[in-house]
Design a protein around this ligand. Sequence first.
Ligand SMILES: Cc1cc2nc3c(=O)[nH]c(=O)nc-3n(C[C@H](O)[C@H](O)[C@H](O)COP(=O)(O)OP(=O)(O)OC[C@H]3O[C@@H](n4cnc5c(N)ncnc54)[C@H](O)[C@@H]3O)c2cc1C
Length: 273
Amino acid sequence: MNSASTEEGSGSPARGGLPATNATAVEGGFHLTGEKTWTTWLPALRAAQVSAALGSGGVGTFVVDLESDGVERLPGFDALGMRGSASDRLVLHDVFVPADRLIAARPAGGPDPRGPAPGAWFGAVVAAVYLGVGEGARRDVVRWAIDRRPGDGASAVADLPTIGVRLGRIDAALRSARIVLEEVARRWQAAAPAHRAALVPEVSLAKVTATNATVLATDEALRIAGGPGFLSGRLERAFRDARAGLINPPLDDIAFQSFARRLVDDERAKSAR
Ligand SMILES: Cc1cc2nc3c(=O)[nH]c(=O)nc-3n(C[C@H](O)[C@H](O)[C@H](O)COP(=O)(O)OP(=O)(O)OC[C@H]3O[C@@H](n4cnc5c(N)ncnc54)[C@H](O)[C@@H]3O)c2cc1C
């Protein structure tokens, strides 16, 4: 199962747009009609969580059985870092969905009625995946720099002082990101469910720290490897893969603005006391 939220016209669901996909109430359930783009793994999915506009003006999330009549799976697009992800288009033509498959409903732009856990899960998983991309690139570039002895072969690239600065910068960014992510996960696990909403900004911090550390690390890795780094292979692939992490929610601008809001609100509250 995966989430099918994004639509051609609506952009990122993280910004709270009303989906053009419609849910019409019928006897025993709903008819869903619309088209979702960027549905990762679509050829392999058995079900999808589809967002759709409800007649009431709200947004519902439906679990749709993808073997139902009226479901069509179309090829997606040719996109940087996503060519192996089968992020295709899910088209729904009047697909009947039983009433008990409406698993959540909220006003357009309103918070997820399931609470903070789904968003926190997503942010933490994205952080972990992209940190893995960055740490893989760190290992690969170190191995490459040890083996590579250009020119007269007197010294390995790994022992050049300027390369050391770059490797150190990669390592500092990735180790900081790992410490933040592990600490946030530990705090989430330790907190009682009722107190977890207060940790959502920490999850956002872990996600933006990890994805930006990986963008920095893969950029530095290609600078270290020079021309050979451009050749099709693990380093150039990591460089492409890293970029997609910036697009997954929580997005940088939303996270940073929420940090700023908290700073300003806290300070105003202190001076009002
Ligand atoms: C690897 C990967 C896998 C994905 N898999 C899925 C999936 O399985 N299911 C799914 O539903 N979606 C998926 N997506 C889609 C993703 O979550 C986004 O919805 C999609 O990328 C479009 O959102 P966008 O913000 O990039 O584009 P747009 O909304 O078109 O925005 C374009 C640009 O304008 C900026 N912008 C837009 N609105 C505002 C605003 N109000 N204020 C400030 N800036 C704004 C955006 O930040 C962006 O830079 C996936 C994306 C990636 C990268």
